[in-house]
Design a protein around this ligand. Sequence first.
Ligand code: C5P
Length: 312
Amino acid sequence: MTAGGVGHRPSGTTARTVAQAKVNLALRVLAREATGYHQLETVFCRLELGDDVVVRTAVRGRSIDCRGDAIPAGGLGAPERNLAWRAAEAYAWATGWPNDFAIEIEKRIPVGGGLGGGSADAGAVLRCLNALAPSPLSTDGLIALGTPLGADVPFLATDATLALAWGRGERLLTLPALPPRDVVLVTFPFGVATPEAYGWLDADAPVEAPAAAVRSLDAVQSWEGIRRIAHNDFEAVVAPRFTAIGAVLDELRARAAESGDASAFALLAGSGATVFLISSATPSTIAFAHEGTSGIVRTKTATRVVAVEVSG
Ligand code: C5P
């Protein structure tokens, strides 16, 4: 996918990083505001799995080029709607720098699966531009730029591996990284449209508000604590509509229980469709091809966010 002219690309003004995916270890959807957006309470966790992102600024024109096996047959949609592109435009508009840029993305994160792939790319582009900028913004400045782009972008514009988030994902409390855990992602040949999933929550929600996920930070300082608060409000409305998702969740939970690993749990990723299992050691029996799934990706929870490397 290419937009705009690419121009010549002298070296010396290039930043690269890995746009690491996220999962939500807890996700509560609270009331819908007058704006139509919902208030959230969530625990974000970065994964090692990520897209490679390169941003060059000494170019003529603005362009974005996305490649990789993770891109679905139908493509990624119009370049101007790509979150990475919109992030770069927002940065240029807000800071007056740079006028032009070329973005290259090698996609590895499954697209449309609730893993924050597009948001991770946007966050990585903001971090790359900031690493090259003569007057970099603060992390709060990056969060402010990321907020209108979506609920996952503020967290993914920081260098935190774990964070509690509220509001629309822009109010963040970053937390110390936890020891790495194995993650198995089970993907599906379809996505779940996030706005529709919020609509199902509005339509199906019980009258009582859900309990807050986290009342004490003790809950997010160990995997055993996280397992106790692990929850995703979207499961109640997504699993009944996509039986394959419900079946995989049941199966992964049964395996987590059988494993005797007190910190193992399975959840839907964001609004889906990906389902993930977090455990201290991936059971070898996990190599299953469940009916209705499209694949399995093995990764780990991140213990660090890959730094932006500037060349030249
Ligand atoms: O944040 P993201 O871009 O993934 O959101 C996609 C859509 O999901 C929004 O346009 C909105 O309809 C809905 N949404 C919401 N409340 C939020 C986040 C998203 O209703 N806090």
